[in-house]
Design a protein around this ligand. Structure first.
Ligand code: KG4
Ligand code: ZN
Length: 352
């Protein structure tokens, strides 16, 4: 089975063809991603209108390239999958409409994909792992701990009540005069800095439940930076190192809390799976390895290009759903908000 996947929910335009392997897992036949970072950098964040227009500008070419790289035409594929949310509505509409049009014109099944479900299932494409598993999704838009029990069967164990982890990195970077997106710059500064110089709060640590809260930490960094201003290069490195140390401890604590909830409600997980752009952070990866070891859990972190937004994860989610006969029709509407766990209380920030 081969599926074309289209992703346009945020600031990455992506198209990919993935093939189901005999015995499970997927082979990525092509994976085209075009980042819009340069177009948004001047504004210090993603501008929805610019994003939607940029998707329109490049998506058709990317789809053609994805098919060509995979050595197939629309005739050879078994379905077209497009992310239908959650995300920036203008961009979502671009990808969803393109996906529907391609499916209609080629008379292939159409599959509307929840972007979060695609992140959640990526580890099954790369590592062929079985359900149930514990997923930590950490990106610029999302911070969630989820029990993945099956296709379409998710229990949200924790979410952020304010900022996402990547967002906290980005806002901290902006405050300290570092470029956008800030995560990699904060990490680079942190390598040179002293993580013990400032003792920042570990928000929610030890609290029941597995929710995150990061805005207090960000404020603590701001107050400290204002107190010691003007900042020297060493101050900036030390602030970054101390901030990152607080994030790392918070993530470890919240995973431990989520595992307890998981065991109480969903049994024993087969693995701890990590997805989202923040998973590129070396200090966070090392903590995840240590925490997974401590808990006796296998850790699965897909390669960075599959942790950040991409089309292969959408194609793979399409393969999983198509395999179960779960297709959608042309009336499927874009969903700016689309929680994975419909029973979970709405997140205060809308970060589903
Ligand atoms: O998954 P992603 O590419 O896009 C979405 O947000 O959907 O994640 C991007 C986020 C940004 O907030 C970025 O600053 C953060 O991931 N990030 C990092 C690192 N690399 C990317 N955060 C911390 N350390 C990094 N090395
Ligand atoms: Zn994403």
């Amino acid at each position: 089975m081969r599926v074309l996947g289209i992703e346009t929910t945020c600031d990455e335009t992506a198209a990919s063809v993935v093939k189901l392997k005999v015995g499970g897992g997927g082979t990525i036949l092509s994976n085209e991603v075009m980042s819009q970072i340069a177009e948004h950098a001047a504004f210090g964040g993603v501008v929805p209108e610019i994003a939607a227009r940029a998707h329109v500008d490049v998506l058709d070419r990317l789809v053609v390239r994805a098919l060509k790289d995979a050595g197939v035409t629309l005739k050879d594929i078994d379905g077209v999958a497009a992310a239908a949310g959650p995300g920036l509505i203008g961009g979502v509409i671009v990808g969803l409409t393109t996906g529907k049009a391609l499916a209609l014109a080629s008379r292939k099944p159409f599959i509307a994909i929840n972007h979060l479900e695609a992140h959640a299932l990526t580890a099954r494409m790369t590592d062929n792992i079985s359900f149930p598993y514990l997923l930590l999704l950490v990106s610029g838009g999302h911070t969630q701990l989820i029990a993945v029990r099956g296709i379409g069967d998710y229990v949200r164990l924790g979410t952020t009540i304010d900022d996402a982890v990547g967002e906290a990195f980005d806002k901290t970077a902006k405050m300290l005069g570092l470029p956008y997106p800030g995560g990699p710059h904060v990490e680079k500064e942190a390598l040179k800095g002293d993580p013990m110089r400032f003792s920042f709060p570990r928000p929610m640590a030890g609290r029941p439940g597995a929710d995150f809260s990061l805005s207090g930490l960000k404020t603590a960094v701001r107050l400290e930076a204002e107190r010691i201003a003007p900042l020297t290069a060493t101050d900036i490195s030390d602030l970054c190192a101390s901030f990152q140390a607080a994030v790392v401890d918070t993530i470890a604590d919240r995973i431990r809390a989520a595992l307890k909830l998981f065991r109480a409600t969903c049994g024993t997980p087969t693995a701890l799976v990590v997805a989202g752009g923040v998973a590129a952070n070396g200090a966070i990866r090392r903590t995840l390895t240590r925490t997974a070891n401590e808990m006796g859990l296998k850790l699965v972190v897909p390669p960075p290009a599959l942790c950040t937004d991409n089309g292969a994860m959408i194609a793979w989610a399409g393969i999983e759903r198509l395999g179960l006969g779960l297709t959608d029709d042309m009336t499927f509407a874009a969903r700016p908000r689309w929680p994975l766990d419909a029973n979970a209380a709405p997140s205060p920030t809308g970060k589903a």
